[in-house]
Design a protein around this ligand. Structure first.
Ligand code: COA
Length: 325
């Protein structure tokens, strides 16, 4: 039976830093409020770069890490809620940027779970024998859809990209995945206008309907339960228990959410955090966190690594990996 393993990881964070003290000058907030309520200290801002450009830099690093060339890729999957355009897909733009002439390309819209959704698709497409080498990227320019006058959301988000190259193997590295969705709660986190439901007009722009709207309190309440359940289901599908886990790489929305997940799962010292430096980068958060954990040698061969995400949709996704890099 064929399967897939990760053979290369890369990340790109734009150099421009937006600190909490900078936000104090834009909205009625304080470093102390942001730090204690979210755990975030600063985030990166892409300025004039698009999601495909951030993805390009992360992808090149992941390919180099994998020792592969762009032409070796059979498929490119980009997860993003800030695509360059409705179409062509950001994956097609990335394909052109890296000159991956032999690769098919498509985007995934699964918000903060997009990277895990993408990895799961890649794993299954490789496992099914259709493809050999697949690039999965989570890339976001959330600063382009942030309402910089809304203090309840603008302090949370940041820009960045993370990429993984997967290749075919006979060994078991992807042990399980659990993806889920609850479309009835889509209004907890969304952008009201700009799509076919409410196309862009002067009115939608005047009413500021093209930026992120969030019911933070309600999301907070469901996030912990969703992430705990997703990790547990994914582990049980792999015939593993929480105690078998070596590292949890969670979506980085709020330190209090991650702390509560870690406490419930009783894995407090086995969690990778980076949101203090980057904030919530949606699909890029888990991708960048996984890349950093690997680069900082927080994972070693044979470790059980669990990716655990939730986001707007609502969606959630967790997958269990036996680390091979
Ligand atoms: N600075 C200062 N005060 C702020 C603030 C800011 N940036 N943002 C909100 N406040 C105020 C509110 O206006 C409110 O004031 P009030 O009591 O006078 O009405 C008070 O702080 C408490 O607001 P509340 O929304 O209850 O705060 P909270 O503790 O729930 O924290 C979030 C807010 C957004 C940080 C938190 O709810 C959260 O992280 N939710 C989940 C978000 C999430 O995960 N999103 C991404 C999903 S992928």
């Amino acid at each position: 039976m064929k399967s897939a393993k990760i053979v290369g990881l890369g990340k790109y964070l734009p150099p421009k830093r937006l600190k909490n003290s900078d936000l104090e000058k834009i909205v009625d907030t304080t470093d102390q409020w942001i730090t204690t309520r979210t755990g975030i200290k600063e985030r990166r801002i892409a300025m004039d770069s698009s999601s495909s450009e951030l993805a390009h830099r992360a992808a090149k690093r992941a390919l180099k890490d994998a020792g592969l060339k762009a032409d070796d890729l059979d498929l490119i999957i980009v997860a993003s809620i800030t695509p360059d355009n409705f179409f062509p897909s950001t994956a097609c733009r990335l394909q052109n940027l890296i000159k991956a002439r032999n690769a098919a390309a498509f985007d995934i819209s699964a918000a903060c779970s997009g990277f895990v959704y993408g990895l799961t698709c890649a794993w299954q497409l490789i496992g099914g024998g259709l493809y050999k080498n697949v690039l999965v990227v989570g890339s976001e320019v959330l600063s382009s859809i942030t309402d910089w006058k809304d203090r309840s959301t603008c302090v949370l988000f940041g820009d960045g990209a993370g990429a993984a190259v997967l290749t075919q193997t006979n060994k078991k590295s992807f042990l399980s995945a659990h993806l889920g969705a609850d479309g009835s709660r889509g209004n907890l986190l969304h952008i009201p206008a700009g799509g076919s439901r409410m196309p862009a007009t002067c009115q939608t722009v005047d009413q500021n309907l093209h930026t992120i709207k969030m019911k933070g309190n309600e999301l907070f309440r469901v996030a912990v339960r969703i992430m705990v359940d997703a990790a547990k289901v994914a582990l049980s599908k792999a015939d593993l228990k929480t105690k078998d886990l070596d590292l949890l790489v969670p979506h980085q929305a709020n330190k209090r959410i991650i702390d509560a997940v870690a406490k419930t799962l009783k894995i407090k010292d086995k969690v990778y955090y980076n949101l203090a430096r980057y904030g919530n980068m949606s699909s890029a958060s888990c991708a960048v966190a996984l890349c950093e954990a690997y680069q900082k040698a927080k994972v070693k061969k044979g470790d059980i690594v669990v990716l655990d995400t939730f986001g707007g949709g609502l969606v959630w996704g967790s997958c269990v990996l036996k680390w091979t890099l």
